[in-house]
Design a protein around this ligand. Structure first.
Ligand SMILES: *Cc1c(COP(=O)(O)O)cnc(C)c1O
Length: 469
């Protein structure tokens, strides 16, 4: 008798399993659809295992099956969108949600989400209002801009700006700036979608003013500069400064736009970092339109900000795409909460988590690491050596890719399990911990750990090692 056929025949029936689970289902209030899906998925998985051959151990009895079902129910009921602990030391980590909101931004967000609001209602006149008016003047104040518009993200900002200003016309860009920024944002592709025609000038490493000048025709609609974001060229390079491109644009009657990417409103040199042009500086250089992200160095919600000349921003506002790319009330509420802090720069640096983490002193980070070690040490878990080591964090979000921020990490050296197991298991903790594996050690960079997470993190680690060992 074929052993496989025998095993398949012995698989339990879904309805019978559900009956067996009924007490559990009732006690836990598990929706029947979830229970059924869990049972089906589990049996299917075992069936596939049998069909694929190989050494498969079947659950030995009903209670073994039941524990598989209960596990699966747990997995299906757990929220997919999970909070995680960022121990990578990358402050603006795109895969982990980029910027954390400030308390002020969070409060605005919660109020805006749970209550009705004046999203498009003018409380003064009692008439319909504009959602954009709620943040536009604040952005203008802070950036020193004539006009501003906020859309879904910076990719959308670039798209709608190109579509409005340069559809059916040529846009001149340096070859050194035709970059791809992770997550499939490529300038040539966005350009194609906008209906503008890309004209590349210069060489990969060097572009001169005369390259732009020679490429200008009667079909040219825009001169575009793009921040190279997470990409740097070193060595024999040359790029045209904004002022020179602006002067050329003025002579030829052409607008100049800059996609600034991260777009900071404050000078990073105050943190001892290399200078990155601020939004204010780029506007002051005469650039007509500047676009940047809301959730990179600005430290707010996902959004794309467009600032610049009023006639151009007004044109963009009237583009029907604007309705499709518009921001929602959550973004608007939390963006306002974020922006207000910038009226006092030192306040912004304390209150906006992204800026606070970038500017955090080494001694503060070291103290935080010591607190974590002390808490873990009190429970003295076996199976792992913990130590304090210097490390290097990153800003992330395409800002200063080659620049490291000196930091401190808690280093874990497991005794009985390989570090890859640790890395995997930590991703499966109640609140997953994402860290860095270096030289066969697991590192938790304490720059991106919040003070409020220390107790939780220590408890999870102690519990993990008490179970593993
Ligand atoms: C990040 C970035 C973008 C995309 O911004 P999103 O807000 O992620 O859409 C576009 N251009 C540059 C230069 C960037 O750095």
């Amino acid at each position: 008798m074929d052993q496989k056929a025998e095993m398949l025949r012995n698989l339990p029936k879904v309805d019978e399993c559900l009956l067996e689970l009924s007490d559990f289902i009732n006690q836990q209030g598990v929706p029947l659809r979830i229970a059924k899906k869990a049972v089906q998925t589990t049996i299917d998985r075992v069936r596939k295992g049998i069909l694929a051959g190989g050494d498969i151990t079947l659950p030995v009895d009903r209670s073994a099956w039941k524990s598989l079902f209960v596990d699966q129910i747990g997995q299906l009921q757990r929220s997919r969108f999970r909070r995680v602990i960022n121990g990578t030391g990358v402050v603006i980590h795109t895969n982990l949600g980029r910027s954390l909101l400030s308390t002020a931004a969070l409060e605005q967000l919660i109020a805006g989400a749970g209550y009705y609001s004046n999203l498009e209602f003018d409380l003064h006149s009692g008439k319909r209002g504009s959602r954009y008016a709620l943040v536009e003047d604040i952005i203008c104040d802070l950036a020193g801009a004539e006009a501003a518009l906020v859309v879904n993200n910076n990719a959308a900002a670039v798209l709608i700006a190109l579509d409005t200003i340069a559809r059916g016309r040529e846009v001149i860009v340096s070859r050194g700036e035709l970059v791809e920024i992770g997550g499939s944002f490529r300038i040539p592709d966005v350009m194609a979608k906008s209906g503008a025609e890309l004209v590349e000038v210069g060489a990969t490493n060097r572009t001169h003013l005369y390259d732009y000048e020679r490429a200008i025709t009667e079909r040219t609609g825009l001169l575009l500069r793009v921040h190279t974001s997470n990409f740097r060229m070193i060595g024999f390079t040359a790029a045209v400064p904004a002022q020179e491109l602006v002067a050329l644009g003025r002579t030829k009657g052409l607008p100049v736009m800059e996609d600034l990417g991260s777009g900071s409103l404050i000078d990073l040199e105050r943190f001892g970092l290399p200078a990155e042009p601020t939004v204010q500086e780029v506007l002051a250089a005469g650039v007509d339109l500047v676009t940047f992200s809301g959730d990179k160095l600005l430290g707010g919600p996902q959004a794309g900000v467009i600032v610049g000349r009023k006639d151009l921003v007004d044109q963009i506002k009237r583009n029907p795409l604007n309705r499709a790319l518009r921001i929602d009330k959550f973004t608007l509420a939390s963006l306002e909460g974020t922006l207000r802090a910038y009226y006092d720069e030192s306040l912004a640096c304390k209150q906006i988590p992204t800026l606070r983490m970038i500017g955090e002193s080494q001694s503060t980070i070291k103290k935080r690491a010591s607190r974590l070690l002390r808490r873990i040490g009190k429970k003295s878990p076996d199976g792992c050596l913990f130590s304090l080591v210097p490390t290097v964090s990153r800003v992330g979000g395409g800002a200063l890719p080659e620049y490291g921020l000196d930091s401190w990490a808690v280093q874990l050296q497991p005794v009985d399990v390989p570090v890859s197991t640790l890395e995997r298991d930590f991703r499966r903790l109640q609140i997953p911990l994402i860290g860095r594996v270096e030289h066969d050690r697991f590192h938790i960079d304490m720059r991106t750990i919040q003070d409020s997470e220390i107790a939780l993190l220590a408890d999870q680690l102690v519990e993990y090692f008490s179970l593993v060992c």
